[in-house]
Ligand binder design. Sequence first.
Ligand SMILES: [Zn+2]
Length: 485
Amino acid sequence: MAGALTTQTQYETVIGLEVHVQLKTQTKLFCACSTQFGVEQNQNTCPICLGMPGVLPVLNRQAVEYGILAGLALNCGIALITKFDRKQYFYPDLPKGYQISQYDLPVCHDGYLEIMGQKIRILRAHLEEDAGKLVHAGAAGLAGSTHSLVDLNRAGVPLLEIVSQPDMRSSEQARLYAETLRNIVRYLGVCDGNLEEGSMRVEANVSIRPLGSETYGTKTELKNMNSFRSIQKAIDYEVARQTELIDSGERVIQESRLWNEATGTTASMRSKEEAHDYRYFPDPDLRPLEISPEWVERIRQAMPELPLQRLNRLQEEFGLSEYDASVLVELKELGDFFDEAVEHTSHYKALTNWLMGDITAYLKNNHKNLEDTRLTPKNLALMVQMVDSNQISSAIAKKILPDLIETGTAPDMLVKEKGLIQNSDESQIQQICQQVIVENAEEVAAFRSGKEKLFGFFVGQVMKASRGTANPEVVNRLMRELLKG
Ligand SMILES: [Zn+2]
């Protein structure tokens, strides 16, 4: 038609996440081998997890309880009967030739998480065993390696795979969903949630469709994102790539794509198998598992505090702002530390400021976690009390903080050792002030002729001369009087 305008198509992003969390059990999912990380290759193996013929798997009760606990925290229904299925595929890190997973009766189903004010539905969460690991050896990296070695320590370690519905509409929402999930499993104590070490692995199914369309576009599956930031970046890249393809009249191919952190791009890995390729069937060695409502109820009763509950409690009980509370909730150690410290002081805001400010900065600069230091909640609370009661200035507190963190010495001892107790003795401070005035005649003259800004300079000189111990309030007052002349 003449005069018709071609307008740029607007697309909507559709994202679903599949998250594997490694459950923190002592032993593997179907044998008594240890799950300990970082031991010698193939040390944690036995005929069962090596996939020898004629052996029988025995289900780990703790893994099932962790799965149920996570499911309850994700608002899921818990199956009354669940079962285990064999997922057949061949790969050198899978000696059995199949992985024991759950196909049509997962332990958890139909939950949700609320992210950015929107319910993200969770389709299912099921238990499965991890595969082993290939170590590409001989030369530097995969490309130049001459051979591969198999390490089966990880084979049989329990995983919970949490599958969302394609309900997310932005990369930011997907990142927040993954972060929220990580926090929940860490609060539950069922998983470390460490993306870099692989104890939590996130895969994103990403597609785009014209805005307003009801049908989904062809999706690609993104893998190999080792941080929350890279989840967001990989999705952004993929959305741009798909948009360009479709706008230029091409088609998106359904496939798995690997995120490359160095280049900031995704690359095709293999075309995605359909579910039936795996030829799932019930594992004949494992009976279906009945889960009684009483068992679920016992697990529900023992549920620890979740991030959202702590967020509300910190605001209600201690009057923290939503922002402060969210920082303490975000990093569980920080919140745990706060909860212990408030037993020793009621200066909640000051405590929070120290934790969010100087302490977080110290940890960042020194690449440490809070639990790797010798700082105790009691010592921090004590220091806050000393500042509040004017025993030390906050400048002194800042000065002794590294020692408090590194040595674990109580703050009152530290201050005594270093002779840093705050001095409020007026005659002594007056003496120092007078000394500073005598030594800085030029500045005094300038101040008296109207250069008021110099006042800070005089106070600074007094603080320096007293090695920071002079009570700043007293210094301010006396200095002002003396400078009047
Ligand atoms: Zn084993």
